[in-house]
Design a protein around this ligand. Structure first.
Ligand code: ADP
Length: 742
């Protein structure tokens, strides 16, 4: 495979001659040509700029934040070799396959390759045919490998999953520590570290170990609005699980359990109910685990029921739901595990089902760990339990836990913000009733017993202790016991009650006494409806205009192509692309090119098959074809592609030249030009429009107005193109503004 970019005009410019605008233009061009993407995700521009400039960087972006492109796109633009360090063969393979399907020359060297294959790759590196070389850390630090790379032109190292360096992180890999030597061994190469683990402690350990030089530190926003969070108490959990799975019959999903035995039994129950699923845990052999993981990645198995052993190495972008069938070990684990949903940015569900037993199960597991980790483990359990029973926005809880401020108000993507809970009418009186019952039983009992007393149960424990004679007996008899249990948990989370001793008896705290004295009011709420709303705005939006039948046909086609090429289906096209195809329904190559995620290689490889399939299906279903999205793409003046276009307009390049340089359709570039004319307040349209054409449009606009282009176009009987009318109208609006302000 040839180093893919070598024929490309912008990348032929030697790096020293590139200005930041050139870099941006080249990166935007590479994104469109190879990935078929129209813009950058947040912080990608900054992260890519560091790589282009050769300045070390530490990039912390959430899962799905687009970290890989931060080093892959610049590697394509640069003339030297990028060495990517990745911890798992599965991850390397996934990335290399994805890059190759986009037409980018990438290879991976790892222990699973034959000596011959390794030699072929190193020869290709010597011939400068490779952009990105993936290596495992243990392979990279071998003297032979270091010697080999010393003779190559290594531009930079990208350390993926960089948190593996940190003993504080959850995936510590001792071999990552040995990367410390890279700085001395390759003094001229930049080092860039990428991770989704946000704690400042881990960040500083990465920076120190890799000896980063004045790194550009970029930390993204950890709010992932496409994930809808729900937390519920377990209540016939198989039904709760099935109701989520049923909403996603054809999708991939993950279900996490605390113990191996639970994964086996839940997988069996689901299988009996006819779902395609398998268990996954550390008790299985390596071969069996790999087999099950691959079946999931290749969509042969839809659901994986796993312990925390399942995780890193899974970059599957289209996991549509993650259910925790028990409380996770910590909030950090929850963020990581639930974050495996919706990497592709499409809406996905995260459900956490918990019960009081879960913490006890974790404590039993923790008993075998060293005293230090038992203490920190206990603190983590308290935090995650607080998260479960809290009625604060779930996203906010996660984001703040990782030290980021929340300045958003309602997220509209969790059970709390979507109004699935409501505040109780008189929380002070309710709180006092509950706390006084704890006082009456002399603070010697746990939540279950006190809840029984409060609802007036005739349970034998209550009667034998004569707690039916207490003044608080039956005080809450009009409520369900599950609600009373929830309120007790909420009082614990707000520290009005505290668990103590081996038997977890509950004591009223100092602040609990303030509630009893009426000096403080707790926040108490109850669930109004547990069922997830079927839709919310973003879900409707992402399906807007998509023909579901055509989408299914495209899915089948994608599956066949993936099997033939022995790669996972998402490597051929992601769901975002399939939805865009089923929305726009292009029947020619030019329109196909406008679809999200279709770059040049995919256009060459699949273009004619796709347009044929779409034309056939649309004709069979009598669907209109070649739709443009309902709204014209909004031009964001801070977007890199827009900035790149503006820079070219500054050089007075023609619309056609800019379209060619940016590999964009004329109609898109016309919108950039209109935005440019508007932003820069341009009143002289040359060189984009002949003066005569401007005058013609001015005459017509006197009666047709400047609101819409179509009436002007119709009045001119097509004599002047839409593009030209658009430019003229933008200029005439500026002239009108100037006249008014004069
Ligand atoms: P991370 O490694 O941060 O979890 P990835 O690099 O896997 O994220 O990217 C997540 C998804 O977003 C991938 O499907 C990727 O192709 C897509 N993506 C990345 N950058 C862009 C972009 N600029 N525009 C559109 N999609 C993007």
């Amino acid at each position: 495979m040839l180093k893919s970019i070598s024929n490309n005009s912008s990348s032929d410019i030697s790096k020293s001659m590139l200005t930041p605008t050139d870099n941006l233009t080249a990166l935007a061009e590479v994104l469109k040509t190879y990935w078929g993407y129209d813009g950058f995700l947040p912080l990608q521009i900054e992260a890519m700029a560091s790589v282009m400039d050769g300045r070390d960087s530490l990039v912390v972006l959430p899962t799905g934040g687009g970290k890989s492109l931060c080093f892959q796109a610049p590697a394509v633009c640069r003339q030297d070799l990028a060495v990517v360090v990745s911890p798992l063969i599965a991850l390397m393979k996934d990335q290399v396959d994805t890059l190759r399907e986009c037409g980018i020359a990438a290879e991976a060297i790892h222990s699973g390759l034959s000596a011959d294959r390794k030699r072929t790759i190193t020869d290709a590196v010597r011939r400068k045919e490779i952009c990105l070389l993936y290596v495992a850390p243990e392979t990279l630090v071998r003297p032979q490998m270091l010697d080999f790379l010393a003779g190559q032109q290594v531009g930079f190292f990208a350390i993926d999953e960089a948190h593996c360096i940190s003993a504080w992180g959850h995936d510590f890999r001792p071999e990552y520590r040995e990367l410390a030597g890279l700085r001395d061994q390759f003094p001229a190469a930049a080092i860039h570290a990428y991770t989704a683990t946000a704690t400042p402690q881990v960040q500083s350990e990465i920076s120190k170990t890799l000896r980063l030089r004045d790194p550009q530190v970029l930390v993204g926003d950890f709010f992932r609005s496409n994930l809808v969070y729900h937390v519920a108490k377990k209540n016939k959990s198989i039904n709760q699980i099935v109701s989520v799975v049923d909403r996603h019959r054809d999708d991939s999903g993950l279900i996490y359990c605390i113990s191996r035995a639970e994964t086996e039994s839940l997988a069996l129950s689901l299988e009996k109910l006819g779902y395609s699923c398998t268990a996954y845990h550390a008790g299985l052999s390596d071969i069996e685990r790999t087999r099950r993981q691959e079946a999931f990645i290749n969509d042969e198995t839809r659901i994986i029921v796993a312990t925390i052993a399942f995780g890193m190495g899974i970059d599957k972008p289209d996991v549509r739901y993650v259910i925790h069938a028990g409380m996770p070990k910590s909030l950090a684990n929850y963020q990581q595990e639930s974050g495996r949903a919706g990497r592709d940015g499409l809406e996905s569900e995260c459900w956490l089902l918990y019960s009081g037993q879960d913490a006890m199960l974790w404590r039993r597991i923790l008993e075998n760990s060293p005293p230090d980790s038992r203490i920190s483990g206990e603190a983590m359990l308290t935090a995650i339990h607080g998260f479960c029973v809290s009625t604060q926005c779930r996203h906010r809880g996660l984001v703040e836990h990782f030290g980021q401020d929340w300045a958003r108000g309602k997220c509209d993507a969790c059970d709390v913000c979507r109004g699935e809970f409501e505040a109780v009418a008189d929380p002070l009186v309710l709180g006092q009733k509950i706390l006084s019952c704890f006082v009456r039983v002399k603070e010697n009992f746990g939540a279950a017993h006190v809840a029984n007393v409060l609802v007036g149960s005739e349970n034998k424990d209550v009667l034998s202790r004569r707690h039916n004679e207490l003044s608080t007996y039956g005080l809450l008899k009009d409520f369900r016991i599950s609600d009373v249990r929830d309120w007790i948990e909420q009082l614990i989370a707000q520290e009005f009650l505290r668990r103590e001793g081996e038997f977890n008896v509950l004591k009223v705290t100092q602040s609990g006494w303030k509630v009893l004295r009426g000096e403080k009011t707790p926040v108490l709420s109850q669930a109004v409806k547990r069922e997830a709303k079927a839709t919310r705005e973003s879900i409707v939006d992402s399906w807007e205009g998509v023909d579901a039948t055509l989408f299914e046909h495209l899915r089948v086609w994608r599956r066949q192509v993936a099997v033939a090429r022995s790669v996972p289906a998402y490597i051929i096209f992601g769901d975002v692309t399939l939805r865009d195809l089923a929305r726009r329904r292009p029947t020619n190559l030019e329109n196909l090119r406008q679809v999200h995620g279709i770059g040049s290689k995919k256009l060459d490889d699949f273009g004619s098959q796709l347009v044929e399939l779409i034309a056939q299906q649309c004709s069979a279903q009598q669907l209109s074809t070649d739709q443009s999205p309902t709204e014209p793409p909004r031009i964001d003046p801070t977007n890199a592609a827009t900035l790149a276009a503006f820079a070219l307009f500054d050089q007075r390049l023609s619309l056609a030249d800019v379209a060619q340089r940016l590999t964009r359709a004329d109609s898109t570039v016309r919108q950039y030009l209109e935005a440019y004319i508007q932003t820069r307040r341009i009143t002289d349209p040359s060189p984009w429009l002949a003066p005569d054409d401007l005058e013609t449009v001015r005459t017509i606009a006197q009666y047709a107005g400047l609101e819409r282009l179509k009436p002007i176009h119709d009045a001119l009987h097509g004599q002047i193109s839409y593009n030209q009318i658009g430019i003229a109208v933008a200029v005439l609006r500026n002239q009108a503004i100037e006249t008014v302000s004069d």
